[in-house]
Design a protein around this ligand. Structure first.
Ligand code: PLP
Length: 396
């Protein structure tokens, strides 16, 4: 008997339910085509939405920053880990998000954890969209405040929760573009509600940051609502092609996080080299708005082709296009068949999405070619003909 035999039962259960997860390693940069298990695959599941993870200018600035500052920050931010690139990046991000101040974290997960576990306090209520990311849900669970969830297609419940008078402060926390659905929060309505009920709105722009809005600041900027968002959280790990999270808001909020947020205080500062990568990415995002244009065009093109094939893409309106299959087993089989045809799209299964709603989460990049998208549609067409996509996934 091994010491960890008690874990085997759960692992076996996961395998039987087609919910077991394992790792696959890529042996190239993260482009539209990656090298994996000795073969080239067209990738349609990474978050490198603007092709910046392997952009030559980013790589060049990273090399220069490495020579100047080395790689490691060697201490937490409050000890001796704060270096010039951290400050430069925070100033740049505050400016980009049109807020007084910004604070960076080693990951978007930690940024959500910092805000949601620190700012809402005992006697407060946090209202979460049911589809909010695990980092938001777990942070709310760990907060001293109470929390409830609402469904974005039923805003009446949110309004009812907001109308309860027993709480000191009310917080609404939502993603802007939902990571597994590709639809957008009804920000205009959320802003109206937060104003009517004196609530605070926290917006996680993880999947819109760099991709939407006139300057790439996200959905709130696109809708002209950035000034109405009390706290913006975003990640530099997706469209910006690097790593890390950011919180932007009033100076007071940032000072509070610096003093109280455990995921900021008790961790080593991000590498200065990573800050250089993000600064380079922000320059490209500013200087090449056509990338955002291409991303939108590609997403619209691919979504309409997939819909014409009769596939269920849910309410997607962004570069995240789910093909909802249903059973975990079926989603795994479709992913495997696509892999045999040289596409990498991983099946997303419960608990990441609800039971019975397993899917292929397709994410489009600005750098995908028409040919690559056409090839993917041809592969789906073949799989439909061969009966790999069950009736549930078809809209007609
Ligand atoms: N918020 C959302 C909506 C996400 O999808 C993710 C992604 O993983 C995160 C936060 C966490 O960001 P990071 O990957 O930088 O930790």
């Amino acid at each position: 008997m091994g010491r960890f035999d008690y874990l085997s039962k759960t692992l076996e259960q996961l395998k039987r339910a087609n919910l077991f997860r394992s790792l696959r390693s890529i042996d190239s940069t993260q482009g539209c085509v990656v090298r994996i298990e000795g073969a080239e695959k067209i990738i349609f599941c990474s978050n490198n939405y603007l092709g910046l993870a392997n952009h030559p200018k980013v790589i060049q600035d990273v090399i220069e920053a490495g020579k100047k500052y080395g790689y490691g920050a060697a201490a937490s931010r409050l000890i001796s880990g704060t270096m010039r690139p951290h400050i430069e990046l925070e100033e740049r991000l505050a400016n980009f998000l049109n807020k007084e101040a910004a604070l960076i974290f080693p990951s978007g997960w930690m940024a959500n954890e910092a805000v949601i576990r620190t700012i809402p306090q005992k006697g407060d209520i946090i209202l979460l969209d049911k589809a909010d990311h695990a980092s938001i849900i777990d942070a709310a669970r760990g907060s001293q405040a109470e929390f409830r969830t609402y469904r974005r297609d039923r805003p009446e419940r949110l309004e009812k929760l907001l109308s309860e008078e027993k709480y000191k402060h009310k917080f609404i926390v939502t993603e802007s573009i939902f990571s597994m659905y590709g639809d957008a929060a009804d920000l205009k309505r959320l802003v109206e509600l937060k104003n009517n009920y004196g609530a605070i709105l926290i917006l996680d722009e993880a999947h819109a940051f760099g991709c939407l809005g006139k300057n790439g600041a996200g959905l709130a900027e696109e809708l002209g609502l950035l000034g109405q968002i009390d706290i913006v959280v975003a990640t530099m790990s997706k469209a910006l092609g690097a790593a890390g999270g950011v919180v932007a808001g009033e100076q007071k909020v940032i000072e509070f996080l610096i003093n109280k947020a455990r995921s900021f205080i008790y961790t080593t500062a991000p590498s200065p080299v990573n800050c250089a990568a993000v600064l380079a990415a922000l320059k490209i995002i500013k200087g090449e708005p056509e990338r955002r244009g291409r991303l939108r065009e590609n997403a619209d093109y691919l979504r309409s082709r997939l819909k014409r094939l009769g596939l269920n893409t849910g309410k997607s309106r962004s570069h995240i296009i789910p093909v909802i299959v249903g059973a975990a087993e079926d989603a795994l089989r479709v992913a495997e068949e696509l892999y045999k045809r040289d596409f990498l799209i991983v099946a997303i299964r419960p608990p990441t999405v609800p039971a019975g709603a397993a899917r292929l989460r397709i994410s489009v990049q600005s750098e995908h070619s028409r040919e690559q998208m056409d090839k993917l549609c041809e592969a789906f067409e073949e799989l439909i003909k061969q009966g790999f996509l069950p009736a549930l996934s078809r809209t007609k």
